[in-house]
Design a protein around this ligand. Structure first.
Ligand SMILES: C[S@@+](CC[C@H](N)C(=O)[O-])C[C@H]1O[C@@H](n2cnc3c(N)ncnc32)[C@H](O)[C@@H]1O
Length: 325
């Protein structure tokens, strides 16, 4: 209920701003000038070790796809999951800018097996804090495994939190085009504004995007790799050109791949050093599919030992940031 009333308030506020010819504060305060030169760090590191070196309010978007205690791998075995997660959630909030956003992936279907934690546990923990739940996005995938003892699972959730009410949201960058027949019908309707019809529709909080099949060309080898189009929608809507995107459970490094293509800066880290091999494979595929980008998109990638050459860590290097690991 609390969240619905927050959303209603937001819609009303947005509409009244629009009528007054003004825009949302998150759009007014941000310089959205673009550049095609971006910086990226690809680091092998424990999430907390990395987060503790990142200065306050230096990150626009955190893409967070954590391990969920479901014993899929060595890293999936936290005894007190929420206690562990609360440590990186506190740090995540600290590093987010006031316009910043945090998205957390997860499913609820593992509750019986998960022991101490799943997305629901994290959302329950965050309920008592002051991050603002903006949407619970349902990622609906038509493809997946069959089941006999329950309905086959076809969705995963993505909880999107804003750090403050000034969170950045660029709906226009992710609108879906109307099909030609619908568009023509709407254009004949004099009550509708042609510019709005051209822009397309809100993609809603139910996203129909296929999961990666085992033999998908996009796969680089990570067992829980997320689709590029899914990360792309998040990065486009919740970060702006040249801003900083962080993924401290980076897995395959898909977040940096998308950040490079979308003109954002990024930091991707994972406790598993295979991140480097997966990321290289991502970039190889990327350039094969987009040969023109190779010469047009300038970006610098810092790895492991040289990671503190990345601009985000400059504040720490210059002594303005005292936290030590
Ligand atoms: C669900 S996967 C992320 C997949 C990624 N979103 C992708 O699309 O490729 C979770 C990742 O968290 C990493 N991980 C687990 N515990 C960690 C820790 N304490 N610090 C950093 N990374 C960790 C695992 O190695 C794993 O790659």
């Amino acid at each position: 209920m609390a969240n619905r009333s927050h959303n209603n308030t937001r819609h009303i506020a947005m509409n009244s701003l629009k009528k007054a010819g003004k825009s949302h504060s998150s759009l007014e305060t941000i310089d959205v000038s673009t550049t095609n030169e971006t910086t990226h760090a690809i680091i092998t590191c424990d999430c907390l070790e990395l987060l503790r070196q990142i200065p306050d309010e230096s990150i626009q978007l955190i893409v967070c796809d954590p391990p969920y205690n479901i014993l899929m791998s060595d890293w999936d075995n936290h005894h007190d999951y929420v206690e562990w997660a609360s440590k990186w959630l506190v740090e995540a909030k600290r590093v987010l800018a006031s316009t910043g956003n945090l998205v957390i992936f997860g499913g609820l279907q593992y509750q019986g097996e998960a022991g101490s934690g799943d997305l629901l546990s994290l959302m329950q923990y965050l309920r008592s804090g002051d991050l603002l739940l903006a949407n619970l996005i349902i990622w609906y995938y038509p493809n997946g495994m069959g089941a006999q003892r329950f309905f086959s699972n076809r969705h995963e959730e993505i909880a999107w939190y804003g750090k403050t009410r000034k969170y950045y949201f660029d709906l226009d960058s992710v609108r879906e085009k109307f099909d030609e027949k619908t568009k023509q019908a709407y254009l004949r309707d004099k009550r509708l504004r042609p510019e709005s019809i051209e822009k397309g529709k809100n993609p809603t909080n139910v996203w129909r995007i296929n999961r990666l099949n085992g033999n998908s060309k996009e796969r680089v080898g990570h067992p829980t790799q997320k689709p590029i189009v899914l990360i792309q929608r998040i990065i486009r809507a919740l970060s702006y050109p040249n801003s900083m995107v962080l993924d401290f459970f980076a897995g395959s490094g898909v977040t940096s791949r998308v950040a490079i293509a979308e003109g954002r800066n990024s930091i991707c880290s994972d406790i598993d050093p295979s991140l480097h091999t997966y990321f290289d494979e991502h970039m190889k595929n990327f350039y094969e599919q987009n040969p023109l980008f190779y010469s047009n998109l300038k970006h610098k990638v810092y790895r492991d030992d040289e990671f503190n050459m990345h601009p985000v860590f400059q504040v720490a290097r210059e002594g303005n940031f005292s936290r030590k690991i």
